[in-house]
Each structure stands twice: as structure tokens, then as C-alpha cells.
Design a protein around this ligand. Sequence first.
Ligand SMILES: [Ca+2]
Ligand SMILES: [Ca+2]
Length: 359
Amino acid sequence: MGARHRTAAAPPGMPVSRWPVLALQAAFLVSFVTCNDAPPVPGDQLHIDRTSVPELCPRSVKEGDFVRYHYHGTFPDGTKFDSSYDRGTTYNVFVGKGQTIAGMDKALIGMCVNERRLVKIPPSLAYGSEGMAGVIPPDAVLHFDVLLLDIWNPEDKMEIKTYYKPENCARTVQVSDFIRYHYNGTLLDGTLFDSSHQYGKTYNIVLGSGQVIMGMDIGLQDMCVGEKRTVFIPPHLGYGEAGVEGEVPGSAVLIFNIELLELIPGLPDGYMFVWNGDVSPNLFEEIDKDQNGEIFLQEFTEYINAQVESGKGQLAPGFDPAKIIENMFKNQDRNEDGKITEAEFKLKDQEDKERHDEL
Ligand SMILES: [Ca+2]
Ligand SMILES: [Ca+2]
């Protein structure tokens, strides 16, 4: 908010004497007024001024693209009739599909992100001789100052660009792996909306477990530790039409710069605990330490932890071990009385075997 106020002040380096500029403007104004009887835009011509074109333009608007843009709409005399800035949200449309006036549909074609155009639209490509009750008078020429912020197309796929890959890369990230990474998240116009660096720690997830947006789950796959890449995520694989209140506008393309710092291989998909070797034939007796024929959560927890510590078993990385063990316990305690009997244990074991046979 403060930044917005600051942009209203005169930029530093503004010449002390502004007379020459003002004089020129006055001359222009006079000539403009004298021509006022004739329409400022001849005939049905659409007039486009590319007032600001960015140096880099990797992509420009084509028919069928979805764009987000800001506009300030005035009549030729400078009177404002509408502005997206007043609403604080961009105008979002599919280009060339009649979702905006015909003149704007044409004027947006070829625009780059961060390009600004002054567009003068004749009535025949705007609201015609009818106008729009209470807002646009009949036969009005409309001027729009347009700033394009975002382009994507429903055909867009994820785009991944690796710009650093370490020579040694024994294993790349797969689903279920636990990973730690740093990221910067920006919009196409360069706005930074999120960064792990601002929290002073890495972001940690289990890949493919739904902890991040779908585009990020895809974008992190097959990365090496130490690799750096940029991932472009179309909105349908990001935050969609809704966006994130106060952080990410709706229907926004997201760009993530990612650096992978650590990878702990996960268990096979769907498994939360696996044995590294053969399973003891007397498992129930071993877990039931006090030999009373019932296994309580504490006995169960101590046993599983001992297996993990000795390397005989493995818990899925990236999750709370106590939670996993509790879930395993509940899975066996079929009548939910807080203890596992030998009958319950066998039944579950049998059930799992049958299920695996089916597979
Ligand atoms: Ca017991
Ligand atoms: Ca039970």
C-alpha cells in the first residue's frame, strides 16, 4: 500500500524547469480542441500506440489465449468512464472470443507481458450508436491505457527449464520421496508472491502426497540434489481461477525458481512402513512383550521403533513417526478397544495377504 502512494510523487531526476514540456502539451491541446468537430480517430480505424514495450518478450498474445490486464478507460477529452485499477483486480478474458468489445479483442493481439498500449477504439468496434446506458454515450470513441500482466492458453503444458545440473546424480526425485528445497515464486510480470528464503528455511514435502499444488508436484519430479530449475505452471495446475486471497491473483501463471537441497528416498507408493528383511514368524509374541496375549499401543510403538533403530524396518520419511505407528495400530485393532488380540492380528495379516493375491 505504501509503495503505491510513493509512485504518485515526482520521480527523482525530474528537471526543475518543466515549462518546455508544458508548453508543448498546451500546443497539442489547442490543436486538439480546434479539431474537435472531426472525430479524433478517422473512420472505423483502430489506433494502437505501443507506449511501453519490454526488452524481453518470450511470448505474445494470440487468439484463444487467456489474458489478465489492467486498463484505464477515458473518453477523448480525458474523462474517465471505467478503470480496472479502481476495482483493484485485473480484467480477465479469452482473447478473440467476444468476451470484450471487438476493438479490445483486436488491440490485445500481439501484446507482451508488461507491455503497455494506448488504444483508441472507434464506436463501430465499441458500443456503436447505441452506447451503454448511463456510462457510454452514443457514437463514443474510447481510449484505453492497457497494461498486460499475464498470458496463458488452455493448451499450455508445464514447462521446466533446468539451468544447473550437478555432474553426480545417483538418484532423482520420485513420488513418496521426502525432499527439502528452496524456491522463489513470481508472477509473469515479475511480482514476487512467495519465497522460502523469506522464512529462512527450506520447504519440506513428500512428493506426490498433495502437500503442494499439482504443478509443483510435477515440477519437482526427476530433480537431482543440487539441481536448479525454473518451472512455469499454468493456472489450472496452480491456484486456478480463485487464486490465493491477498497473495496470488486468480487465473495467474506461476513461475517457480527451485533449488533442491536434500532427498530422502521414500517407501513404495502407499506404504508407511516396510520390513527390510524377512518378517519374524513369531511377530505377535515378539510385540507382546509382557506376554499377556494383548498388544497395547505402547508395546506396539516400542517394538516398531526398535525395528527402525536396528535397521530391520523403515518408516515413510517426511511424516510424524508417532502418527504412522498409531495408524498402523488402529488398523490392527479392528474392534477399536485399544488393544490388539492375536485373533485380530492374524485376521488382518490374512486379509492383507488375500488383498495382495488379488493384485
Ligand atoms: Ca501385552
Ligand atoms: Ca482390539
